[in-house]
Design a protein around this ligand. Structure first.
Ligand code: UDP
Length: 333
């Protein structure tokens, strides 16, 4: 069944890939984005409504005007470090903004939402792989704001009949295999794009944050998931809710982790160049290992990662970085 879906943050990294996946599945994505961190040129598979999720009347108007059946909510700030230095920004945008969006949904009778949550809601897990039933104890404001909304969704479901799937992403990585959209953060803080830029000579040497972790090579291990796999999971969650599925929270991950040094090795191989690097102290609040058990997503949504092998992740991210820098006319070496 084809649906019109309001995609908040549809001009961002994961949101734009979700729009492409929605269109490929026969749905109509209506991007709702204030373009504060999103990119107009990433909106290519449906209309763009410029607006803020904190503007209840504007969201309600967009929901009505487009005959929206469901919402995918990506619009949020997502820098862990920034959330620590400016928590007010994060509470205002991620919590108040989302609650306002939920009000607008209630105003217009839209009752289904797929919500971008995060592994940061688990904090420093005592054991891995992480299951959805494990305690959620965030260690930064970013994770707190996402957990606050997960909890609100539960109560809004009981009181107002809102149904939701909260998707707890592990490390989103890679870019559209078709090369149409990619990862474009400003500033970029993520390991894979920064390592690629170091290899290509477009950025400084990569700083390895911590070499004394209790892991086989001493560097931190993460469960990297290809952004196209994330996008497909959102489409599956939409279908699950449309078929009457009950509210749930689900990990999106592969169940396999890679260390920082393994990522650097994969980039070295893909780029065919050594990666300039330096060892640095641990980054505050970074757990040694974050690996999820993804089996609930398979049981509930019929989803499992298809494109998240490290080679595909690094290859698609490399192609995107090269294209970005060629387009910008930056010197290459
Ligand atoms: N990392 C690193 N150097 C960097 C950026 C990240 O060593 O310049 C490490 C970071 O400590 C973590 C992993 O790479 O262990 C992934 O970090 P990223 O910021 O990409 O994602 P996060 O896990 O913070 O969501």
């Amino acid at each position: 069944m084809s649906e019109t879906v309001l995609v908040t943050g549809g001009a961002g990294y994961i949101g734009s890939h979700a729009c492409k996946a929605l269109a490929a599945a026969g749905h109509i994505p209506v991007t709702y984005d204030n373009l504060s961190r999103g990119r107009r040129h990433a909106v290519r598979w449906g209309p763009l409504v410029e607006g803020d999720v904190g503007d209840r009347a504007a969201v309600a108007a967009a929901l009505k005007a487009h005959g929206v059946a469901s919402v995918m909510h990506f619009a949020a700030y997502a820098y862990v470090g920034e959330s620590g230095t400016d928590p007010a920004l994060y509470y205002r945008n991620n919590v108040i903004g989302t609650l306002t969006l939920l009000d607008a949904m209630r105003d217009t009778g839209v009752e289904r939402i797929v919500f971008s949550s995060t592994c940061a809601t688990y904090g420093m897990p005592e054991t891995t792989p992480i299951k959805e039933t494990m305690p959620q104890r965030p260690v930064n404001p970013y994770g707190e704001t996402k957990l606050a909304i997960e909890r609100a969704l539960r109560w809004y479901g009981e009181a107002y009949g809102l149904r939701s799937v909260a998707l707890r992403y592990f490390n989103a990585a890679g870019c559209d295999r078709g090369g149409e959209i990619g990862e474009q953060h400003d500033p970029e803080t993520h390991l894979i794009p920064l390592t690629l830029r170091a290899a290509l000579g477009f950025g400084p040497p990569i700083a390895i944050f911590g070499t004394d972790y209790p892991t086989p090579d001493g560097t931190a291990i993460r469960d990297y998931i290809h952004v196209e796999d994330l996008a497909i999971a959102h489409v599956r969650a939409l279908g699950y809710l449309a078929e009457g599925g009950t509210s749930s929270a689900v990990n999106l991950a592969t169940g396999r982790g890679y260390s920082v040094r393994e990522i650097i090795a994969a980039v070295t191989k893909a780029a065919g160049r050594d990666v300039p690097q330096r060892e640095s102290p641990r980054r505050l609040g970074d757990p040694p290992t974050l690996i999820a058990d993804p089996s609930l997503a398979e049981t509930l949504l019929g989803w499992r990662a298809e494109y998240s092998d490290l080679d595909t992740i690094v290859r698609t991210a490399l192609a995107w970085e090269q294209r970005q820098h060629n387009a910008a006319g930056e010197p290459r070496n």
